[in-house]
Each structure stands twice: as C-alpha cells, then as structure tokens.
Write a protein of this length. Sequence first.
Length: 288
Amino acid sequence: MKNNVVTCRPSTFMLVAILSPVLAAGQTRTQPAKAGILLEEWQRGVCFTPAANPGMKMYLWFYEWTLFDAIVPGQHSHGQYQNPRHVSPSEAWIEAPQLHLRIRAAEDGADLELTATNKTDTNWPELASIIPCFNPGPQGSRNEAFTDEGHEKTFFRGPSGFERLEQREIHFNARFKDLLRAVSPDLSFVFSQKWPTSDRDAVTGLLIRVSRGGDWVAGIAWEDFVSVQGHNPWFCMHLSVRVGPLAPGQARKIRGKVYLFKGTREDLWEKHRAQFPSVVQDDRSRPR
C-alpha cells in the first residue's frame, strides 16, 4: 500500500459556517445536528474529527478487502474506495458497487448503516463479508496517539472478556467455526500467510483501541461479523462485516458504530452493551 500524504477536506457546509458568521436580519441558520464528532471527506472514505480536539481524528477506509465470495468470487479480494460520496459535518454516504454506507455523526462517534445488495447471478455464502479499515490515518497526517505500535492497547472480546489483539493473526467469530472448517478443515486460507488463523476466537463484533495517553478511546462495531484482525501497515483495525447469505437480487442492512471519545475502554463497552443489547446478550463475561 502506498503511504500517500492525504488530509481530510472540510465540507462546503463547514466553510460556509466559517466564512459567514453573521446573517442578515430576518434570516435563520440551519443548525447542524448536535454531535461531538464532525465528519470530513477523505480520499479513501471519511474521517471523524472530535470538535473539541481535532487532533484526535480517526479514519474509515471504505472499503479495503472482501472475504469468502462477497461482491466478487474468491476467498480474498481487494475492495474499492474510489466511489461516489457525499459528506457534510453531520452525515455522509458512500455508494460502492453493491454496497451503500450511511454515516451519521453522534456525540460518541458515528452511527453506521450498511446496505448490501447482491446484484450478481450467484449466491453469496453465509461467510461472505467485507472489511472496512478503521485506522489512525496515512503517513503524513496520522494520529500518532492511536497507532499502538507496541500492540498493547487494541482489544477484542473473547469468551472470557477483553483480550489483546497482539499480532496480525485473524480471530474468527466462534459461531462460524464449523462453516469455516467446511471451507478449509485446517482453517488455512489464501490470506493465511499474512493473517494466520488464531486459536483465540472472538464473540462480539467490536474492536477497541485506547490512546497512547490512556485518556481517549476509539472503536468500531458491527452487529454481524466474521472476524477481527489488525496491526497492518496503516496500524488499522479490521472488523469484517458479514453481508451473506444473499441470493441474487436480495438485500440486507447491517448496523454498525464508530466510537471516538474521551474515556476508557470500559466506558466504551458499557455504551456498546446499551446500544447493541441483542448482539452482546450472549457475552456474559465482565471486563478484565
């Protein structure tokens, strides 16, 4: 991957707000949605900028990879990020082939809704998924507070609670291990050379990273997922969104969330449990 210097671009709405502080008598200004996060356009997707601390921004590359015959045939393929999009400070959408991502800014990050539509003439299997890349930014505009170069501050949920995402192994959703073994009995896949299969499974579609100083937290969540993985060249967090099974012509919606706020890992987990109660109801463990 090229380490291009890429910066977020404020939307037209933000520039108008800055350049037009005073309105004529009788005029009213449309107020943006109250949010702790401002959305900005980025070459590969959208970046999330805390209004109170712009230096703590995070980026979403939509999208980087496919898994298990999603969108195109094959266990693993490159995604596409040069897609039509609209970005304002409070909401955004990205239209990729067979995928539509809607983003709404929130006090604690952003609400995500992904619509996947199978426009091919073949079935997408149960494991079909895509990987958006949640990361601290490319070289040149990277948020160093969230790089986690020591692999000590990135966590997923295992059967016993929080576990460190220590290396580049891929941790599969425990629910789908039988389906994965049906594809490959020894859990060896075309991507295994770069992402070896871990013997530690994930149980919740959530990845969390604590900032270097420990006072900020970032995370990404999807209500349906196949795997978690990370620590690639962009210091990223990969949470694969399950878009299958889908027959030709069918569509489904998957809800997700970006978290970015001043707080702790446990604060984020409590928010996630409240916002996704049906997804985490089987995760009975407590944070360690």
